[in-house]
Design a protein around this ligand. Structure first.
Ligand SMILES: Nc1ncnc2c1ncn2[C@@H]1O[C@H](COP(=O)(O)OP(=O)(O)O)[C@@H](O)[C@H]1O
Ligand SMILES: [Mg+2]
Length: 266
């Protein structure tokens, strides 16, 4: 509907935006630099950010950029995971059939990671997303993942990703040993106001738009509501575009935005 009405070639503000076409905000670039550093140095780190700020998208971009002859990417995103299933899942992703007992699976995992590192010169890059939802026992398992070093050589890079409350949880005394090991940190914030304007234009151009669709006033109103958080911008923009389609209007202005935001509040 939107594409046809505005003469676009694709759907703007889609979740599936290819990682080679992401908007490169300053914080996104900094975040990527930090992630690549963690991978290169096989370190452990923490990526935090508000819901919808682009954490998982950054991880997707990292995965797509990895040289598969050197790295093995593992991605876990399951808040209900129990420690036993955690190792099973890690092993499955490495293409290994896990043994039944948790202690065996844990050992198998440790061997597999070292074996990849020593005999194939491959580093495992493990990402645990939505980690703010994990129970304490799972956080303790993350501690195990960070602990199997030999002579301070680590065969793996571990990136723990979560919403800001994860940072608060990790400050608790109980989790200090993990926190100390996650020594590279980045907090992904919202876009700056000027960046948000570029972001919206970027998204529309990526969908084939030839000219601007949102007025400057519309952009200001969207920024005031979304504080530059990508997913919120996407949601508001799509709603505004639909509203404009229904009214057969080719420009989205502050009135469309105000109408949509009132609907959000209802
Ligand atoms: N740099 C970016 N360029 C384009 N779109 C982005 C970018 N960062 C985030 N997005 C969009 O915002 C949405 C929310 O991002 P996501 O990574 O799922 O947030 P989080 O994991 O922090 O909750 C994604 O669906 C994606 O379409
Ligand atoms: Mg996410």
């Amino acid at each position: 509907m939107i594409s046809q009405f505005f003469g676009l070639t694709g759907a703007p503000f889609s979740k599936e935006i290819p990682t080679n076409n992401l908007y490169q905000s300053t914080s996104f670039r900094e975040c990527m630099a930090r992630l690549h550093y963690m991978v290169r140095t096989r370190s452990f780190g923490l990526l935090s950010g508000e819901i919808g700020s682009g954490k998982s998208t950054a991880i997707r971009a990292l995965r797509d950029a990895l040289d598969l002859t050197k790295y093995r990417f593992i991605y876990i995103c399951d808040s209900s995971l129990k420690p036993r299933d955690f190792y099973r899942e890690l092993l499955f992703q490495l293409g290994i059939i896990p043994q039944n007992l948790k202690s065996d699976a844990k050992r198998q995992y440790e061997h597999a990671v070292w074996d990849l590192y020593e005999s194939q010169q491959k580093t495992v890059v493990a990402v645990i997303d939505e980690a703010h939802l994990l129970q304490g026992d799972m956080l303790q398992e993350i501690r195990f993942l960070t602990s199997f070093q030999i002579d301070s050589v680590s065969p793996l890079a571990l990136i723990v990703v979560g919403q800001p409350e994860l940072r608060a949880t990790l400050q608790m005394r109980l989790f200090k040993p993990i926190t100390q090991r996650l020594n590279i940190r980045y907090h992904l914030g919202g876009l700056e106001a000027a960046e948000m304007r570029e972001y919206v234009e970027h998204q529309l151009r990526a969908a084939g738009a030839q000219h601007p669709i949102f007025t400057a006033e519309a952009i200001d109103a969207i920024y005031a509501h979304t504080r530059g958080i990508a997913r919120e911008i996407n949601n508001v923009c799509v709603s505004c575009l639909l509203d404009a389609v229904v009214r057969k209007e080719k420009l989205v202005d502050a009135i469309h935005v105000a109408r949509i935001l009132t609907e959000y509040k209802e």
